[in-house]
Design a protein around this ligand. Structure first.
Ligand SMILES: [Mn+2]
Length: 301
């Protein structure tokens, strides 16, 4: 008899769980390197291409195209991870959604599971970083932020919590450092803020192209816990067209692979991949977005 085991509502190679409660009962006190995916189908502060709420489902669906052996890194994906499904978001209310995501992240941490957040728009990154800051101490954590945009403006359209202000809100938490990579669009106000702020290091996409060693050295120098936030618009629109704010002259998959190898050797405590905004299953954006999560999971094990 043939069975159809295709299950696009869970990320490929995730370990099966029937319910969160069963999982809790079986994993009390487990200190292993375990990861948990939470999808956050939220896009209410999106200003250009809406649709990031479909990011979690399209990333999961595209993950079924991969092999367990990650050819690019010559390593099997053997990391233990679960896919907890999608958060119940409050459409139109960013702050309430962040609160729900904070609760969910705390629940993962209570089971000693590291969060992987699949967006959804970028505003959601605030919640896991805030929770992890309380757990590890804000001043200990380095944020690695891949993005075409600085996201450092204090308010956007009168809103403090927005995809465009997320790194400013994260900076308010007083992390040890924020390292931005791939920047190629910002306001003058953001540039002024970043240049006068000691704990923010910002590398443009041009610097990645012309002097990738300098950027790699900044990553190699990191000590202590790391949170990785990837706004998928960091990629060039030729390889990642379906994002909330596509921006020309971006990074290519090979660039991120180089950085990922270094990042995975650090003490990574959380990861998000956000801003995929497509309603087409298996398009180039979904496939590359899923590859980023797949590569991360392969390397972190
Ligand atoms: Mn961006």
């Amino acid at each position: 008899m043939l069975f159809n085991t295709y299950a696009p509502w869970k990320f490929g190679f995730s370990k099966d769980i029937t319910s969160l409660n069963d999982f809790k009962d079986n994993n009390e006190g487990n200190k292993e390197n375990i990861w948990g995916i939470i999808g956050v189908p939220f896009d209410s502060t999106t200003s250009y291409h809406s649709g990031a709420r479909l990011g979690p489902i399209t990333i999961r669906e595209a993950s079924f195209g991969f092999e367990k052996y990650n050819f690019g890194f010559e390593k099997e994906l053997n990391t233990l991870f679960y896919d907890f499904g999608d958060l119940e978001v409050i459409h139109g209310n960013c702050e309430k959604t962040l609160k729900i995501l904070e609760d969910a992240t705390n629940e993962l941490l209570s089971m000693n599971i590291h969060p992987i957040i699949i967006g959804g728009e970028h505003s959601i990154s605030y919640a896991p970083v805030n929770v992890l800051s309380q757990e590890y101490g804000a001043g200990e954590i380095t944020i690695i932020h891949f993005d075409a945009h600085m996201d450092m403006i204090n308010e956007y359209q009168g809103e403090k919590y927005s995809h465009a202000t997320v790194m400013r809100r994260i900076h308010d938490i007083s992390p040890k450092k924020i390292i931005q990579i791939g920047i190629r669009s910002s306001s003058k106000e953001e540039i002024d803020f970043v240049s006068k702020t000691d704990n923010i290091e910002s590398f443009s996409s041009k610097t990645v192209k012309n002097d990738i060693t300098m950027v790699k050295d900044a990553l190699i120098a990191i000590k202590g816990p790391v949170y990785l936030s990837i706004d998928l618009d960091v990629f060039d629109p030729s390889v990642m067209p379906s994002v909330g704010n596509p921006t020309a002259n971006g990074l290519y998959p090979e660039d991120l692979e180089e950085f990922m190898k270094i990042i995975a050797s650090k003490e990574v405590i959380g990861f998000d991949a956000v801003e995929l905004s497509t309603n087409t299953l298996g398009d180039i954006s979904s496939v590359l977005a899923a590859k980023i999560v797949y590569d991360f999971l392969t390397l972190i094990g």
